[in-house]
Write a new protein. Structure first.
Length: 174
């Protein structure tokens, strides 16, 4: 008789995370995405996002009042993404506030699916949806994951590579 032994909490999640990271690396190599990703000197497009509490927000309006830090996450159900958002609340959000910069977490997931993560973790910064992945596409940081359609709730399957984009008030990526 064969018996399964569960080795402890978090190990299946760790294995899944390693598999996701390996898939991202393979996609990078296969698509040569480095050459088309956003670089310093590029401009932030004036596109709307859907903030989970405020509704539509426009990047240009945010830039009119200060620098912009965009952090791209995959989706709210990912433990790695939630851990990252919480870490940003402790570290990046205070630093952005000191510089009068806007911190915005961006995901291709529908806003109503992102809202629980923002509220559960009492995130002080903006959490916004890019459900048609227009900003993700504009920055060249997306990759197709057909199995993500149900998770995102948008009938689309593009996820962003883990990315942070910093722009000055003129909209120039630094």
């Amino acid at each position: 008789m064969t018996r399964s032994v569960y080795l402890g909490a978090g190990e299946p999640e760790t294995d899944r995370r390693r598999a996701e990271e390996a898939a991202v690396r393979r996609q990078f190599e296969r698509d040569a995405v480095w050459s088309r990703m956003v670089t310093a000197g590029a401009r932030v497009p004036d596109l709307p996002l859907i903030e989970v509490d405020l509704g539509p927000i426009h990047l240009r309006r945010l830039l009119n009042t200060g620098p912009l830090v965009l952090v791209f996450i995959r989706y709210a159900g990912s433990a790695a993404c939630e851990e990252t958002l919480v870490a940003y609340e402790r570290t990046l959000a205070p630093a952005c506030a000191e510089l009068d910069a806007h911190l915005v977490a961006v995901s291709p997931q529908r806003a109503e699916l992102l809202a629980p993560v923002k509220h559960r973790n009492d995130l002080s910064y903006l959490v916004a949806a890019d459900p048609r992945h227009t900003l993700i596409d504009a920055f060249g940081i997306g990759y197709p994951v057909p199995e993500a359609v149900g998770t995102l709730g948008t009938r689309r399957s593009v996820l962003p590579y883990p990315t942070v984009v910093v722009a000055d008030p003129t909209g120039t990526v630094r």
